[in-house]
Structures are given as C-alpha cells and as structure tokens.
Ligand binder design. Structure first.
Ligand code: HEC
Length: 199
C-alpha cells in the first residue's frame, strides 16, 4: 500500500506542470515597422565652397596643392623673428615649440638615437611637407594666418638654416618639390596601391 502510494506520488510528479508550447511570435504591427521621424534640430548649415577650400589644403610630395607665390630666405628670416622665434628659439633651438634648426642632426639622423630631436634636417623626407605643415598649423596661436608668400619665405628660411638649400634659395611651387632632403633615403618606399611615396 505504501509502495503503491509512493509510486503514485512519483508518477504524479510534474502532472501539474504546464505542457511546453511552441513560442508564438506576435506579428509586428505596421506602426512598429515604420521608421521613426524626427523634426530637424536646426543646427549647422551646409559647408560653402569657400569653407571647404579653406580645409582642402594638403600638399603632396610632388608639389600638388602648392599655391602660386614665392618667398626668399631673407624674407623668411624677418618673419621668423617676428612670428616664430618666441616659441622656437632665437636660432630655432626650441623652446615652447620643438627644435626647428639643427643642420648637424643630418649627420646622425633619426633612428640612430631616439633622444636626438627630429628636425627638418634629419627627419622630414619632403620639403613640401614644411610648406604644408607651416600653412596649416603655424604660428600655433593663429594657424592659417600666413599668406602663401610668407609661408614660402618661412619654408625657404628653415630649409636654408638646416643647410638643405643655399641662402639664395627662392621657394615656390616648382623649386620646393625639387629639393633633395638629406634623409629621404632613410625612409622605405610605400608601394601599396599606386603610391610611390616614402613613409
Ligand atoms: C605659440 C608658440 C608657437 C609659435 C608662435 C610658433 N610655433 Fe611652431 N610649434 C609650436 C609647437 C608647440 C609645436 C609642436 C606642435 C606639435 O607637435 O603638435 C610647433 C611645431 C612646429 C613645426 C613642426 C616641428 C616638427 O619637427 O615637428 C614647425 C615646422 C613649426 N612649428 C614652424 C613654426 C613657424 C614657421 C612659426 C612662425 C610662423 C611657428 N612655428 C610659430 C609652437 C609655436
């Protein structure tokens, strides 16, 4: 009797549990499917052609992107004293800003000693990069304020002080891409895709 009851209890186990049922996904309604729409916030405006041109500044190693104009070493020297010296030092030795002039650095070169500051003489593979950088970034408190002639002149001055070019060098869209930088050979060609520039 006891064992029959025990068996009945055993068999009865789970009798009250609900039978598993297949999940039934309710069909999404048309309202849930429709994309949500938002009223315009009213911020911003389409960029004008002038605004885009102001940002479209890159200069390639071939000189593509260099504007018309030119500048001499002596013009650059005067501009350097007025607009750059305060941060980069009287002789470009560095201060608030990094060292810009170090003709002897080319002898040791980057990679030989990580403590050697990287300058145009030992680090920059293209002279056109100097124009590009100065135009878009310097002077640090007023980037974009230099005219093409001023930027050419400052580039000529810094290249001459680094003894990459002579004191009679005139920088323009033709002469800059032709400048041979001392350490271009230390970079490796990046031949991915159609690129032939060094990185
Ligand atoms: C207010 C200070 C300040 C002034 C003024 C200033 N610079 Fe700079 N410059 C800097 C700083 C800081 C950096 C480093 C920026 C960085 O690495 O992001 C720099 C970086 C540079 C570099 C890159 C150096 C390198 O090897 O990476 C060049 C070139 C340069 N400046 C040129 C100029 C020229 C030319 C002028 C004058 C028209 C000028 N700077 C004026 C602060 C200044």
């Amino acid at each position: 009797m006891i064992s029959t009851l025990f068996l009945a209890l055993l068999l009865g186990c789970g009798v009250d549990a609900p039978a598993p049922t297949a999940p039934t996904a309710s069909a999404p309604t048309a309202a849930a499917k429709a994309p949500r729409t938002y009223a315009p916030v009213g911020l911003g405006s389409p960029a004008t052609a002038e605004e885009i041109a102001a940002w479209d500044l890159d200069v390639s190693p071939s000189g593509e992107g260099l504007p018309a104009g030119s500048g001499t070493v002596s013009q650059g020297q005067a501009l350097y004293a007025a607009q750059c010296m305060a941060c980069h030092g009287v002789k470009g030795e560095g201060g608030v800003g990094p060292k810009l002039i170090g003709p002897d650095d080319a002898k040791t070169g980057f990679g030989d000693d990580p403590k050697i500051p990287k300058t145009m003489a030992n680090w920059w593979p293209y002279a056109t990069t100097a124009y590009d950088y100065i135009r878009r970034a310097m002077p640090q408190h007023a980037p974009g304020s230099l005219t093409p002639d001023q930027t050419y002149a400052l580039t000529a001055y810094l290249l001459a002080e680094n003894r990459v070019v002579g004191a009679d060098f005139v920088a323009d869209a033709k002469s800059l891409p032709a400048v041979k930088m001392p350490t271009t050979v230390k970079f490796v060609p990046d031949d991915r895709g159609s690129s032939t520039v060094v990185r």
